[in-house]
Write a protein that binds this ligand. Structure first.
Ligand code: HPA
Length: 274
């Protein structure tokens, strides 16, 4: 898509959201299983993605399509119930449209959450993981094409993709709440098929602790426009080939569901601490 047309889409989506929700300083992308967290918002309002021009309607079960806003621990917070994945067929501009919209609407801090497969064999399904860095193994980059100068530089730095202060806040919050928090590198595979056992062995060799199908494009675009990012992952299953059993989406949903209350407490604690 041409830059001018894309900038217009960003502008129109932002103004549709601002009309209903106003501005906010913090945004949370709710991954699989975490959608219920919108209950925590006071004076909550939401816009369906269907009513936001340029937004596609999410196709994955467990990912509703709604942009929420409300007050949480004295902060104005957006929550995205449902995100856009590259494997659904959306181009990178569409996958990361919400992040550019957040930037337009004044978001300074983004919390990205997701479900992932554990590559590190010391992890167990149900563990929560602080994302310390990412590996982009998708062959895609959302910043491909003409640079959007009004958002950020051509060659943005990724040496601190996940903000150190926010990482420490997550560690302190987990310790305070007695929540076990693993740490590691999240590797983005495009999906939608789960990885092969050979790919998972490779991922381990190149330094991955978890694999998943989201989060990295969002992180890249957020960093491009100067938004600080915290990444939190729920290890919903051991990645392919680690256990002698097939993988399926039901297992991902089941584990996500089992630990959602703990996951939610952690995210909530971090927002309170911010
Ligand atoms: N691989 C990729 N994405 C995932 C997985 C996995 O094993 N589990 C949850 N999301």
């Amino acid at each position: 898509m041409e830059t001018k047309a894309y900038l217009e889409i960003i502008e129109n989506a932002a103004s549709a959201i601002e009309t209903v929700c106003g501005k906010a300083e913090v945004a949370v992308i709710l991954g699989s299983g975490l959608g219920g967290y919108v209950d925590a918002l006071q004076d909550a309002k939401c816009v369906s993605y269907a009513d936001i021009p340029g937004f596609p309607v999410s196709t994955v079960p467990g990912h509703a399509g709604c942009w929420w806003v409300g007050t949480l621990h004295g902060k104005r917070v957006y929550m995205m119930q449902g995100r856009f994945h590259s494997y659904e067929g959306y181009d990178q501009q569409t996958v990361t449209l919400p992040i550019r919209v957040m930037s337009k609407l004044g978001v300074k801090t983004l919390i990205v959450t997701n479900a992932s497969g554990g590559v590190n064999t010391s992890f167990a399904p149900g563990d929560l993981m602080l994302i310390t860095d990412f590996i982009n193994f998708s062959g895609k980059n959302p910043l491909t094409g003409p640079n959007l100068d009004e958002f950020g530089p051509r060659f943005p730095d990724m040496s601190r993709a996940y903000d150190r202060q926010l990482q420490q806040m997550a560690r302190d919050t987990a310790a305070k709440l007695g929540i076990k928090l693993q740490e590691g590198v999240y590797c983005w595979f495009n999906g939608p098929c789960f990885e092969t056992p050979a790919e998972i062995r490779m991922a381990r060799v190149i330094g991955a602790d978890a694999v998943g199908m989201s989060t990295v494009p969002e992180t890249i675009v957020a960093r491009h426009c100067g938004i600080d990012v915290l990444g939190l992952s729920c290890i919903t299953n051991m990645a392919a080939g680690i256990l002698d059993q097939p993988l399926n989406h039901e297992e991902v949903m089941e584990t996500g569901n089992r630990v959602k209350d703990t996951f939610r407490k952690l995210v909530d604690g971090v927002i309170e601490a911010m």
